[in-house]
Design a protein around this ligand. Sequence first.
Ligand SMILES: *[C@@H]1O[C@H](CO)[C@@H](O)[C@H](O)[C@H]1NC(C)=O
Ligand SMILES: *[C@@H]1O[C@H](CO)[C@@H](O)[C@H](O)[C@H]1NC(C)=O
Length: 188
Amino acid sequence: MKVIFFLFVIVFVKIDARVFVGKCRKIPAPVVEHFEFKNYMGVWYEILWYDDEYETFDECLQFTYEDTSTCDSEKTFKTQLKLQSPTDNYEEQQKYYGVGKQFDGGKLGTGTIYPTAPNYFVLATDYCNYSFVWDCFNVNATHYNERMWYFDRQPNPSSIPRKVQSLISKHFDKRYVRKTYHGDKCRY
Ligand SMILES: *[C@@H]1O[C@H](CO)[C@@H](O)[C@H](O)[C@H]1NC(C)=O
Ligand SMILES: *[C@@H]1O[C@H](CO)[C@@H](O)[C@H](O)[C@H]1NC(C)=O
């Protein structure tokens, strides 16, 4: 399963995701208001995320965002995802490419084509250490898919930032939070 791939391929989201019964709640915390787009670019490692209902095989996840804006009116970026899988002994590093854009404040969108609506809500970031991202959409009338990610600038941060801990404990179910492997087998 190309889990984090859902950041890229909206179609896959409907298949590979933690699906809950009910409808999406409102955004659990406000998005970052004065979002510093340029400072957000660069490399991010996935540290924690809401897992799938079944086992997934994506580890060593690293995102690189590159500013492609040509003027100040629209902020756009290129995305590159690198990941490795324990199912092939981390032998192969897979790479996926996509695009993204900023809608309003910390409301971003990413996909293989330019997104038409935000699907990447930055609830907290200090740009140089961590970012906390949320998204949710209704799959159909009875089920929804909610996602969250804690990204860090380092693959093995010494501790979880207090802001991230507080968001998770207040608004998310710890039973579904999974840690991404960033051990010796990862090649970045
Ligand atoms: C945040 O990142 C900066 C720059 O890399 C670093 O100097 C600082 O120690 C980091 N802070 C924490 C709490 O990790
Ligand atoms: C809605 O989606 C869920 C999860 O994919 C699925 O189990 C359920 O059967 C769907 N309901 C309908 C009415 O399609």
